[in-house]
Design a protein around this ligand. Sequence first.
Ligand code: 5GP
Length: 202
Amino acid sequence: MTKGTLYIISAPSGTGKGTIVAELLKADPNIHFSVSATTRLPREGEQNGVNYYFIDRNEFSELIENGGMLEYAEFCGNLYGTPKKPVYDKLNEGHDVILEIETVGAYKVMEACPDAVSIFILPPSLKALRHRLEKRGTETPEVIERRVAEAEGEIKKAFRYDYAVINDDLDKAVEDVRALMKFAKKMKNTKNEMIEGVLKQC
Ligand code: 5GP
């Protein structure tokens, strides 16, 4: 069976990546969303096991020590990490998997899984990003300041990603990401088939 494709999707918070990922998942039941673990407190409406596994620092450290994390990183004072087993299980079953993670963790996954396809979603500008965070209203002004400051650093790390998409118009951004994912998966599978085909003739 062909293994699934691993996609890394990153973006500064407030860029709309959550909405984009939700649209991608709605349209394709073959895609599995990797639910991360975090020490951050749930926001209103977030559910344990759906948006994140909300755990404390001790539980998080245990997961790391037991080798249960594919990657993890500290972001704005909270720990975030990808539980390894569900990701590998889904890929081995032939499902595609999306990791919605920040750049430090993304770099680690790029090293550990060189076949992963990485996509960075950009805001139209830092000014637009601050405006979106204020409109979202889920963070205090201090946290918004911190997240905007983090955003610039994150955007500088986007050069290392395979692809970048600007989220100016949501529908267009969803279409662009979907098209990139389809293209990258096809190219990866075609490449492997071509190599295997030639090797068979040896
Ligand atoms: P938020 O607190 O806004 O949900 O997420 C903050 C940042 O952490 C976002 O950039 C999000 O993509 C990232 N993040 C979420 N889950 C993970 C994870 O498992 N690993 C890493 N490295 N980053 C994550």
